[in-house]
Ligand binder design. Structure first.
Ligand code: ATP
Length: 194
């Protein structure tokens, strides 16, 4: 059983992933894998240099994320190329790790699950939805960025409305943290009998 966890920035995906981990799921985090794959000198960094220019990384091939964003966000075509390249690399690596794990309870925490087409490989998609105001507050506090910057990042993602239509389970994270954990616990018991 492969559950795809998704939701906007700061919605509560990691919280859901942690509860599933406690229930015995092997969890794979697309953001963490992306960070690993873009470590200094990694194949993906060399590929990004090839596509977007040598100055997207420094002399040690350590990725300069600000320069990469600048290069990629210069045109729609470049955004598409960046997404295609990074999503494919992460997807391939997740597939490799899933098959290596030998586990039959798998949860994939993938912020851009639908946008990257990764939902196709999941048995079920569980979406976490939280009010915009709460998400902005959490992102600003956690990442130390401005509210405008947080809003800009959120606006690049697919809307919750569209994601809800494509999901099997929708978890509303609109109360306290404890309430969220309780909700998840109930859903896991009900749907998975765990
Ligand atoms: P991202 O994709 O941006 O990494 P995420 O969707 O994985 O975020 P979490 O990391 O689970 O979201 O939650 C974001 C932050 O908000 C965390 O610090 C988490 O503890 C906190 N949080 C989540 N839900 C609540 C809640 N209902 N009340 C208070 N804090 C919460």
């Amino acid at each position: 059983m492969i559950i795809g966890i998704t939701g906007g920035m700061g919605s509560g995906k990691s919280t859901l992933a942690n509860v599933l981990k406690e229930k015995g799921f092997s969890v794979f985090d697309a953001d963490a894998i992306y960070k690993e794959l873009t470590g200094p000198g990694e194949a993906l960094v060399l590929k990004l240099e090839e596509l977007f220019g040598r100055d997207v990384s420094d002399e040690n091939h350590s990725l300069n994320r600000a320069r990469l964003s600048e290069a990629a966000f210069s045109s729609e075509e470049n955004i598409r190329l960046l997404n295609e390249t990074t999503h494919k690399a992460v997807k391939d690596e997740i597939e490799r790790r899933v098959s290596e794990s030998g586990s039959d309870l798998i949860a994939l925490d993938i912020p851009l699950l639908f946008e990257s087409g990764s939902d196709a490989g999941c048995d079920e998609v569980w979406l976490v939805v939280a009010p915009l105001k709460d998400r902005l507050e959490r992102i600003v506090m956690r990442d130390g960025i401005s509210e405008d910057e947080a809003l800009k990042r959120i606006s690049h993602q697919m809307s919750d409305e569209d994601k809800i239509k494509l999901s099997d389970v929708v978890i509303y994270n609109d109360s306290t943290y404890e309430e969220l954990v309780n909700k998840i616990d109930e859903i896991v018991k009900e749907r998975l009998k765990l």
